[in-house]
Design a protein. Structure first.
Length: 94
């Protein structure tokens, strides 16, 4: 993530540990600011990806990249999902 804060890192860890309901609740309580917008969009996508919503996740990753074009985590996950979904041209474009 580009702007790493403790609450966002805690949410990311909950998603990795499959504590998805807790992550969703905490994510919804974070106030969006210009500094954390891309990270929130990334985490929303990461949560959707963890729930097997690839299209929704990809949309959120692309929104994160629209906000912060050099967001490495969003670019990596978007490329990975594009590849999994068979869109090799999009995958190499990230």
């Amino acid at each position: 993530m580009t702007t790493v804060t403790e609450p966002l890192m805690a949410i990311s860890k909950k998603i990795r540990n499959r504590q998805l309901d807790q992550a969703r609740n905490e994510l919804s309580s974070v106030t969006e600011t210009p500094d954390n917008r891309a990270d929130l969009l990334f985490l929303q996508g990461y949560l959707k990806e963890s729930e097997f919503d690839r299209e929704g996740a990809l949309a959120d990753y692309n929104s994160a990249l629209g906000s912060t074009p050099d967001h490495e985590d969003a670019a990596f996950r978007a490329a990975y999902l594009s590849d999994l979904m068979g869109d090799d041209a999009a995958a190499v474009g990230y």
